[in-house]
Design a binder for this molecule. Sequence first.
Ligand SMILES: NC(=O)c1ccc[n+]([C@@H]2O[C@H](COP(=O)([O-])OP(=O)(O)OC[C@H]3O[C@@H](n4cnc5c(N)ncnc54)[C@H](O)[C@@H]3O)[C@@H](O)[C@H]2O)c1
Length: 256
Amino acid sequence: MQTRYDFTDQVVLITGAASGFGELAAQRFAQAGAKLALGDINADAVQAVADKIKATGGEALAMACDVSNNDQVEAFVATCVKTYGRLDIGINNAGISHPKKRLHQLDEANWDQTNGVNQKGVFLCMKYELTQMVEQGAGVILNVASAAGLMGSPFLSLYSSGKHGVIGLTKSAALEYGKMNIRVNAICPAFAKTPLVENSLKASGGKSRENLMAGNPMKRLGEVEEIVQAMLWACCKDNSFMNGAVVPLDGGLAAS
Ligand SMILES: NC(=O)c1ccc[n+]([C@@H]2O[C@H](COP(=O)([O-])OP(=O)(O)OC[C@H]3O[C@@H](n4cnc5c(N)ncnc54)[C@H](O)[C@@H]3O)[C@@H](O)[C@H]2O)c1
């Protein structure tokens, strides 16, 4: 796909860059000229994504980074700034789900794991990204929330609560940092064909895929490319007055 965006020499940091949205976003931002800092808990897989980008003439560094670990996030952002001299765009994308169960059947470990990555992880990334962006006097942050952050999600209550939290972090930071020339927004995808969704559908078995498609106003799942194109638009320089926005990318699901 040809990109219509120009991110020449902009430094873009992406978490969860080894798979799904993060992996394709890394490729598309690289094709648009960005210099990339790619982090993931899966060190080998994120290195492979960076190697592929470098093999086609792009610039990418890869680093093992568990977003739920303060020191690893601080080191990841510091390495990005040491390598490229700045950080223009932070895409806080790493996220996990949890077993589909009723709330009373979930336990403390489910809470700690899910919200450690999905909510605390976004806070930690924002903390260190914003520290650098305040110093620079400019920046863009895009948090990957979910349609589950806009509505209740039966059997995924902890995932839903964490994604609601990401939206709270996004809106609050937009109000705090807008005057510093830093834009903070969130996207809310639903059921796009990434490994996260495909694995969960496999685990559910039966007619889960058909049910999901039937329940969506557009009667289909989302393509990963559709989400990544919205990421490029959200972060591009021309989109300069969008701040504190929470953008559903869900075929209309959250409109119901
Ligand atoms: N796929 C969808 O339909 C969908 C819908 C709504 C929201 N989302 C959100 O989009 C984001 C990306 O999801 P995806 O569907 O591409 O999933 P994915 O499983 O394909 O990719 C997620 C990546 O995050 C990495 N990761 C997991 N835990 C991590 C941690 N602690 N630190 C750093 N990296 C970690 C994984 O190794 C993986 O590479 C997530 O935040 C997810 O909640 C996805």
